[in-house]
Ligand binder design. Sequence first.
Ligand SMILES: *[C@@H]1O[C@H](CO)[C@@H](O)[C@H](O)[C@H]1NC(C)=O
Length: 269
Amino acid sequence: MASKSYFLLLITIISCQQLLLIQAESETKVEVQNEAVKIDENKPLNDFQDRCASTKCRDGETCVLNKDGDAECGCIPQCEDPKDERLMVCTKANHTYTSDCEFFQMQCWCRKKDERCTRPEAVTDVIDYFGRCQNIGVCTEFELDVFPKRMNIWLGEILDALFVRKDLDTKYAVLVDEARKMKLSNTEKWWRNAVLWEFCELDQTHDNAVNNEELARFVRSLKVLEHCIQPFLDHCDTDNDNKISSEEWGTCLGLDKDDMAFLKTFCSH
Ligand SMILES: *[C@@H]1O[C@H](CO)[C@@H](O)[C@H](O)[C@H]1NC(C)=O
């Protein structure tokens, strides 16, 4: 089934990204420690951590100690080549970068007027989606019409797959259990719990609504595979306030009023 390959891809994308994050983290740590040693050999190693503890750097930057030993943000020295086309990023300006790290690094260089800046427009550019820039095609009305149905089934399969892989927060186990029973008994909306689960996952701030920022990552990962995802989410936001409330999410994906009430209580903790 087509939807099966979609979720496998998404899962690969997500797990690769987590792996890269972990790798990037350990790499920068090693690197900066060396630098700290170079700056002043008498200073203990944890001096770096102390000084950088309160320095928050933006994407593409990492905390370094300058000549005076003060913490400041410098551009990430090196990005790993993910060697996976799916981890490339395409920006709104339709530029392909090897990874999101490379894009943020370029932004940093250009912001700091570094000579390695080759795309000054990067400063105002943003990531559009994961994958090489390509012709994504327009979402037709028909595709948009059938999209909720496809998404429901797809979410249903992902939820179960994550549970099988033990990649699911244990608080969701009860949802999986119930979903399996619903599927076995041929309940029409067997994917109901998966729709609830995805909303809880997206609503990181627990304000019972999913804002643009919370949706961005979801959309970026899916856009190449599902060119209707953005039009679909825009269409869910019926009051055009740039966020999707639990009511809007439920209505958009065909849930009932009762399901939405359950969703409110379930997601709030
Ligand atoms: C972006 O670039 C790709 C590949 O170069 C091209 O196929 C596509 O049409 C471009 N998209 C836009 C909106 O210009």
